[in-house]
Design a binder for this molecule. Structure first.
Ligand SMILES: Nc1nc2c(ncn2[C@@H]2O[C@H](COP(=O)(O)OP(=O)(O)OP(=O)(O)O)[C@@H](O)[C@H]2O)c(=O)[nH]1
Ligand SMILES: [Mg+2]
Length: 299
């Protein structure tokens, strides 16, 4: 059963294990949550110093106190390891968000959630979706369906069309209509990884030629349940086109989410949203507190 890091830690505190075993398990629990081996070892050592006294002998009240102290320390330390930054729209201009990520990460769903989220600021007439995944069968229809449900315009071409051309057209038409936000979908899988990267670089070049950096954000979508693999994904996409912001999806139903620490530490990328479900409203805007709350829930 999938549980939060907080619930696992609580269980550990309740287990009444002797100190050495307890702290070893504590470190393992952090590693399981994708906090990363180096940070997990550091945090376990800090918690050891913080809690000091043997845990086995402690009465229930003492156990609760220890848990509280551990929770406060983890909140403070984990909170300092990830940079959360909201994605703000530049008023009165056409903002372009390009969604990137491996197949199944949640790009298209996140795109729709973002549209729903920003609709408040731009109005229905201010947002356009571009069906930049022309590769996967059904991807265009999936986006058209989202557009219909959200009452938003979708720019698409036939399956197999050049995604760069779809996005180029979307930018042109968005400008002429005075739209404020263009959300562009991309494929998560092509014939092979090299093709995918090349295509993204082509799309990136086209967008850059038509806008300025302040108005263009590349958003990397990472599935929280893929664990440490998320870091190598982030490295690949960041190297290929330069990522501006990360969205962590499927943060519901997983005790993992520590991968943001590795992505922050290794690549210095900020996080803008957390995806917590399949429906349009399950998107938490740039919240350190929300991330910590979800991660440590139950402790
Ligand atoms: N539980 C949960 N499911 C999600 C979340 N985000 C996306 N999903 C689900 O994950 C699956 C894949 O999502 P998509 O948005 O189609 O993923 P994608 O990255 O566009 O995939 P490709 O188009 O194949 O590259 C769908 O079943 C979504 O409903 C989330 O935050 N929580
Ligand atoms: Mg998709």
């Amino acid at each position: 059963m999938l549980r939060t890091l907080g619930e696992k830690l609580k269980e550990l505190f309740r287990s009444g294990q002797d100190a050495p075993e307890f702290f070893e398990n504590l470190e393992d629990t952090l590693i399981e949550a994708d906090v990363g081996p180096v940070v997990s070892a550091q945090l376990a050592a800090e918690l050891k110093a913080e809690l000091k006294t043997g845990l086995k002998e402690e009465a229930r009240a003492r156990e609760e106190k220890s848990r509280e102290r551990a929770g406060a320390l983890l909140r403070r330390r984990l909170g300092g390891l990830v940079r959360f930054e909201p994605l703000e729209l530049e008023a009165g201009r056409l903002n372009i968000f390009l969604l990137l990520g491996v197949n199944g990460a949640g790009k298209t769903t996140t795109l729709a959630k973002l549209a729903h989220y920003y609709k408040n600021q731009t109005g229905e007439k201010g947002i356009v979706l571009a069906a930049g995944d022309t590769f996967r069968a059904g991807a265009i229809d999936q986006l058209l369906l989202h557009g219909k449900r959200l009452g938003l315009r979708v720019v698409s071409q036939a399956p197999g069309a050049d995604p760069g051309a779809v996005i180029f057209d979307a930018i042109e038409s968005a400008r002429s209509r005075g739209e404020k936000l263009l959300l562009a979908d991309t494929a998560g899988r092509l014939q092979n990884k090299a093709n995918l990267i090349r295509e993204l670089q082509k799309i990136d070049k086209i967008i850059r030629s038509k806008t300025e950096p302040a108005l263009y954000k590349k958003i990397l979508v990472i599935d929280a349940s893929t664990g440490q693999n998320g870091l190598s994904q982030a490295q690949v996409f960041h190297e290929a086109v330069g990522v501006d912001s990360v969205v962590l999806t499927k943060f519901d139903g997983t005790s993992r989410g520590g991968i943001l620490i590795a992505i922050s530490r290794e690549l210095g990328l900020p996080v803008s949203f957390l995806g917590t479900g399949e429906d349009m409203t399950s998107l938490i805007p740039g919240g350190k507190d929300a991330w910590l709350d979800s991660l440590l829930e139950g402790l």
